[in-house]
Design a protein around this ligand. Structure first.
Ligand code: NA7
Length: 538
């Protein structure tokens, strides 16, 4: 008779990206818990472990895309460019993992397939695809918001004679585009980053655009010594700014309306923001995301820039035919995206006008019968965002209820941290929290700190079980909806914020749009009121 060893721990963390690494550190090194981190990949990095596509780079500025919990860590790490590239972020996260000796408690190559709550024992039992089983009082998911690749179900893909890749599952050895006819589907942040880099080495690049998109030049560049010194000397100030703004970025949103200035002044403000580059463009006026007329001024400015850059009027018109207000879909920032369409080896195909019909052995065919011969297809088609990575695991709470069933009409959480019926399960940057509307490390540190403080407090009081109450959860879900509806964000009807990019997914605005600073205060208040809205028992 064989017995299967079951490791029993205080806490299990799933995912070794920014969230999981920090959560492992706090629970193990601050609270002294026994913790195991289960990670599907063979290294740390999460998003940055998987997304190795050409041009992969963060859109947060590097001095803000870092942990701020350790001053020593801040002082010993120096970023090289204004925006960190994928390889540099991966080096950083490996540095963090090594510095805090995290890898010894990480099980790599362990993809969690199932997690179920055992009410009698008040423990979670977690199983990996390889059949390993772990038990723990607390289960904390740190699986990221954009980690479940969306590969559209296009007929004929299996017949394609060339190679195809999703940007979020990119081969570690890279892809050689030299001499190849490449088709890229998707013009979100990823496609917009990848297109110029692919075009530089491919024989030909055809970009299949379903929804035209705004993009602002990133103006990426190496950081000079003066800035590096400034960033190192001003960590407290930078943290203060990031914690004080709605989006967690290290810049302040101007306290003026787009209507407070003359059209000439507005144009000059937008020109300056365009020259400066990056997500800061959104900070030019405080009402760009709340007032349609204000937003229209930014949208018009950005559309006119496309017309100035792109030489072929037909292509420019297709690129500028944007159907949603600026920044209601996640706004990309780029390096030479629109300029790429001036190259002789790049073609734009409007697949809103002429949808993709099928993939054949030779390439991609649109509904009008045109075949685009291809050697490589790149799917820059995004992710089953926020709920996808959680629902991919078969999570079962009290009474065997599955999270999939509990969320059949859309995610229901209290503060994005817990779901009723799933005691002792915490979801870092879960739906209903600011998450993707915020500079991620800021959102992550706040969640990890809150969860750590909560568990510390429970242990001090001899409590072992915490569960969000249905009443508090319902109020929070309503508040999340109100917060979204107070902005223009739901106006992009096809955005992944709403789940609209995945066929059959419930259309619910998932992230909390009330702002990170306000959310942080709410969470602190809940904790100060003895974890109001949570039932905690011995
Ligand atoms: P996004 O932003 O979801 O973009 C995916 C793109 O792929 C978008 O242009 C989609 O068009 C397009 N898409 C998806 N499915 C199809 C099909 N079936 N046919 C044609 N086009 C399709 O993902 P990204 O990876 O670019 O960015 C995700 C986030 O990562 C980003 O916001 C940053 O936060 C980092 P659609 O707009 O749905 O019409």
């Amino acid at each position: 008779m064989s017995t299967v060893a079951v490791e029993t721990l205080d806490a299990i963390v799933v995912g070794a990206g920014f969230s999981g690494l920090y959560q492992l550190h706090t629970l193990r090194d601050q609270l002294g818990l026994s913790v195991k981190l289960l990670e599907a990949g063979n290294g740390v990095g999460g998003t940055w472990y998987w997304n190795r596509y050409p041009g992969a780079r963060c859109d947060s500025e590097s001095h803000s895309y870092a942990y701020y919990f350790s001053e020593e860590l801040l002082q010993e790490w120096t970023w090289s460019e204004r925006y960190p590239g994928q390889a540099e972020i991966l080096r950083y996260l490996n540095h963090v993992a090594d510095r805090f000796e995290l890898k010894r408690d990480i099980r790599f190559g362990a993809r969690v397939s199932q997690a179920s709550y055992d009410a009698a024992a008040n423990r979670w039992q977690v199983r990996t695809e390889a059949g390993e089983t772990y038990r723990a009082r607390f289960l904390i998911t740190a699986v990221g918001c954009l980690s479940s690749a969306n590969i559209p179900d296009i007929p004929g893909l299996e017949s394609f004679a060339g190679a195809w890749y999703h940007t979020g599952q990119w081969p570690h050895q890279g892809v050689d585009f030299a001499g190849k006819r490449v088709g890229m589907i998707g013009t979100g942040s990823t496609g917009i980053q990848a297109a110029p880099v692919i075009a530089a080495s491919a024989q030909h690049l055809t970009v299949f655009q379903r929804t035209a998109n705004y993009s602002i030049p990133a103006r990426n560049a190496p950081l000079d010594e003066e800035f590096k010194l400034w960033a190192r000397d001003n960590t407290s100030r930078i943290r203060e700014v990031m914690h004080g703004t709605p989006n967690g970025h290290p810049f302040v949103i101007e306290d003026r309306s787009a209507h407070d200035v003359t059209p000439e002044q507005r144009q000059a403000i937008y020109e300056a923001a365009w020259e400066k580059g990056g997500l800061q463009f959104r900070a030019a006026f405080r009402d760009l995301l709340t007032d349609q007329a204000a937003n229209d001024t930014a949208s018009e400015f950005l559309r006119s820039k496309i017309g100035e850059i792109v030489k072929d009027p037909g292509t420019a018109a297709k690129l500028a035919a944007i159907d949603h207000p600026f920044a209601t879909k996640r706004p990309p920032i780029d390096t030479n995206y629109f300029e790429t369409f001036n190259r002789d080896n790049v073609t734009l195909v409007d697949v809103r006008a002429t949808p993709i019909e099928r993939i054949t052995p030779d390439g991609l065919m649109t509904r009008d019968g045109t075949l685009y011969p291809l050697d490589i297809i790149v799917f820059a088609t995004g992710f089953d965002a926020m709920t996808g990575p959680l629902l991919k695991m078969d999570i079962r709470g009290d009474g065997g209820v599955s999270l999939r069933d509990a969320w059949h009409a859309g995610p229901i959480t209290y503060l994005g941290l817990q779901t009723p019926g799933f005691p002792n399960l915490f979801t870092i940057t879960g739906p209903g929290s600011p998450s993707v509307l915020c500079n991620m490390p800021v959102a992550i540190e706040q969640h990890v700190d809150w969860i750590t403080d909560c568990i510390r407090d429970m242990r001090a009081r001899g409590l072992t079980r915490i569960e969000a109450t249905p009443e508090a959860t319902q109020r929070w879900v309503e508040h999340v909806n109100e917060a979204a509806n107070a902005t223009l964000l739901p106006k992009a009807g096809h955005s992944w914020y709403l789940g609209a990019n995945i066929p059959g997914k419930p259309r619910v605005f998932m992230p909390y749009a009330g702002g990170m600073a306000r959310y942080r205060a709410t969470c602190a208040d809940v904790a100060a009121r003895n974890y109001e809205g949570f039932a905690r028992t011995a």
